[in-house]
Write a protein of this length. Structure first.
Length: 286
């Protein structure tokens, strides 16, 4: 496997493309706005103005776009990936998207002799930059093994979770955990502030104990500095939480903490904060 097509050169995608090229892969990509991708072009990635041109002759195609509707748009239709890749190509959707859509892509790909994996990631922009993403794959074991070197160019903690859709379900688990954790951090900050505590001192005191977490490590300083630049957009986290809620409700599960966190983020989005990073949840508690 040598030539990779890539669709979705955003905050995460740019770093993933860079790491693929560092590992020796030839990367061609499609983007709606070429001007925003000049940096990856300068490093050797080849821009194409259409999806059919981008995926032509590729051994594998990776997508990491915004929403399930975007996933559907790039995979289906006469100008979509499935219509324009060759038999035997590997297609890997790394968007956090609908498990049902992942299953649909897998089934349609299988009819065409194409190998499909759903492989959402966690680790944020820092993990993408450092090539240390966790990659949660769903699909056939043989396809996973074939694509493992590609995954290893972008991540470190890589697992096959099960059949098609399982990668997306595992990402839902991850997002449910994050929702509870980041809400807890914000509530704790609000309590500490109300009681007149010095929050940096509090953080130094608790961060290495049982209350420590990756969210605390990555987000606490940003919250204190009111740095709301997006590593992960609020609008995309809302999408993820809605997907998790939908999947849970389909099986009769109620996720109360997720529901509360979702409502808080939706309030921020109504205020015009959807383009901020998820650490901006602290604004809801102020």
């Amino acid at each position: 496997m040598k030539k990779i097509g890539f669709i979705g050169v955003g905050i995460m995608g740019k770093s993933m493309v860079n790491n693929l090229m560092k590992s020796g892969y030839e990367v061609s990509f499609y983007a709606r706005n070429k001007a925003k991708t000049e940096d990856v072009i300068a490093k050797g990635a080849v821009y194409h103005p259409t999806i059919p041109e981008c995926v032509n002759g590729c051994d594998a195609v990776i997508t990491i776009v915004g929403f399930p509707k975007d996933v559907r748009e790039v995979y289906f239709g006469k100008d979509g990936i499935l219509e324009n890749v060759s038999e035997g190509t590997y297609v890997i959707d790394m968007t956090t998207s609908s498990p049902k859509l992942a299953e649909e892509i897998y089934e349609e790909a299988k009819k065409r002799g194409i190998h499909a994996l759903d492989a959402p990631v966690t680790g944020g922009d820092v993990g993408a930059q450092n090539g240390t993403l966790s990659i949660l794959a769903g699909g056939d074991p043989q396809a996973y093994e074939k694509c493992l070197p590609v995954f290893e160019a972008m991540g470190k903690n890589i697992h096959l979770e099960g059949k098609a859709g399982s990668g997306q379900h595992t990402k839902m688990v991850n997002q449910i955990m994050i929702a509870g954790t980041i809400s807890g951090i914000c509530e704790a900050f609000a309590y500490a502030k109300e009681k007149g505590l010095d929050i940096p001192t509090v953080l130094d005191s608790v961060a290495t104990g049982a209350a420590g977490s990756k969210q605390l490590e990555l987000q606490a300083a940003k919250m204190l500095e009111q740095d709301y630049a997006p590593g992960f957009f609020i609008k995309h986290f809302i999408k993820d939480m809605k997907l998790a809620k939908e999947e849970a409700e389909a099986d009769g599960l109620t996720l109360k903490v997720l529901d509360q966190t979702l409502a808080a983020y939706e309030e921020l989005e109504k205020r015009g904060d959807g383009e901020l990073g998820t650490q901006a949840l602290i604004k809801y508690f102020e």
